[in-house]
Design a protein around this ligand. Structure first.
Ligand code: FE2
Ligand code: FE2
Length: 270
C-alpha cells in the first residue's frame, strides 16, 4: 500500500495484513489525524479479503489458553506476565477495531469514525501497557500469549450483529467487570503509575462497550430485530461456554446494557 493513502479501507487493509507493530501504531494514529482533519476518504476501493489472511507478528508465540502458564500477581514475574497478557489484549484489540471497519462495508460514516477512534485508543493502550512491561525489563513478544482472542473475530467474520454482540458486548464488557479489582491491587502495592494507566484504560473501555451497544441496537433495528432478543440469541449461538461473573452492573448499564440483558446473563452465570 502507498502509506500516504488517505483511504480508510486501504489503511485498514495495511494494518490487518502486515505484522509490523511500529508501522501499525503509526498508521493507526495518522488515520485518526486524517479523520480529525476531515481528510479521510471512506470509499470502498478494493474487495474484502478473507479474515484467514490476517497477519500477526512472528512474536509473541501464540498458545492455546490452557497451555498458558499461570503465575501469581505477588511476584514480579507474575506482574510482568499480567502486563504481557494485557499488552496482547490491547494489541489484538487494535486488530479487532480495524477488522470491524474493514470487513463490514456500506455503514454510516459515524460507524467508521467511532471504530477508528477506538482503534487509535487501543493503540495508545498498547503503548501505555508496553511502558508498564518495560518496568520489568520486558517487551511485547518476550512471553507467549493467548491465541483465543482472535477466534471470536473469525467466528463472526460474516455477521456484524454477532461481532458486536461477542466482541464489545461480551469480551470488552468482561474487562469492565475485572479491571476495578486490578486497579485496587496495584493501589495496595503503591504502584501509582500502573494505577493511572489502568484507570485511563478502564475509562476508555466503558466508551468502547457503549459504542458497541449503540451500533448493536442500530444494526438490530435496521434488520427489524428486537435488540435484547437478538443479543440473547447471538450469545447462545456464538459464545461457547457460559458467561463469567460477577458483573459490574452499574458500569455495564452506563455502557448500554439493559437490566433485562444483565438479569438474563446473571441467570446463566458459571
Ligand atoms: Fe483497550
Ligand atoms: Fe477496547
Amino acid at each position: 500500500m502507498d502509506c500516504s493513502s488517505n483511504n480508510l479501507f486501504l489503511i485498514a487493509e495495511h494494518c490487518l495484513f502486515n505484522g509490523d507493530i511500529a508501522q501499525k501504531l503509526s498508521l493507526t494514529h495518522s488515520a485518526k489525524q486524517l479523520l480529525d482533519q476531515q481528510r479521510l476518504s471512506f470509499e470502498s476501493l478494493t474487495p474484502v479479503q478473507s479474515i484467514a489472511n490476517t497477519c500477526f507478528p512472528e512474536k509473541p508465540q501464540l498458545l492455546l489458553p490452557r497451555a498458558m502458564p499461570r503465575r501469581s500477581m505477588d511476584s514480579d514475574e507474575g506482574k510482568a506476565a499480567f502486563f504481557h497478557a494485557l499488552a496482547h489484549i490491547e494489541f489484538v484489540a487494535i486488530y479487532l477495531a480495524w477488522d470491524i471497519i474493514y470487513r463490514f462495508r456500506g455503514l454510516p460514516v459515524a460507524f467508521y469514525s467511532d471504530w477508528l477512534t477506538i482503534a487509535d485508543e487501543e493503540a495508545q493502550h498498547f503503548a501505555l501497557i508496553c511502558q508498564c512491561l518495560q518496568q520489568y525489563g520486558l517487551t511485547y513478544g518476550d512471553l507467549p500469549a493467548h491465541s483465543g482472542l482472535w477466534w471470536h473475530a473469525q467466528d463472526t467474520a460474516d455477521n456484524l450483529l454477532a461481532r458486536l454482540a461477542i466482541v464489545p458486548r461480551c469480551m470488552e464488557a468482561r474487562g469492565l467487570d475485572v479491571t476495578p479489582a486490578m486497579i485496587e491491587k496495584f493501589q495496595q502495592l503503591g504502584d501509582r503509575h500502573s494505577v493511572d494507566i489502568l484507570t485511563r484504560i478502564f475509562e476508555d473501555e466503558i466508551g468502547h462497550v457503549e459504542r458497541g451497544s449503540y451500533w448493536f441496537k442500530y444494526w438490530a433495528a435496521q434488520q427489524g430485530l428486537d435488540s435484547e432478543q437478538a443479543y440473547k440469541t447471538l450469545l447462545l449461538s456464538f459464545y461457547k461456554g457460559k458467561p463469567k461473573g460477577p458483573f459490574n452492573r452499574e458500569v455495564r448499564i452506563i455502557a448500554g446494557f439493559s437490566t433485562n440483558e444483565l438479569d438474563w446473563l446473571e441467570e446463566r452465570l458459571l
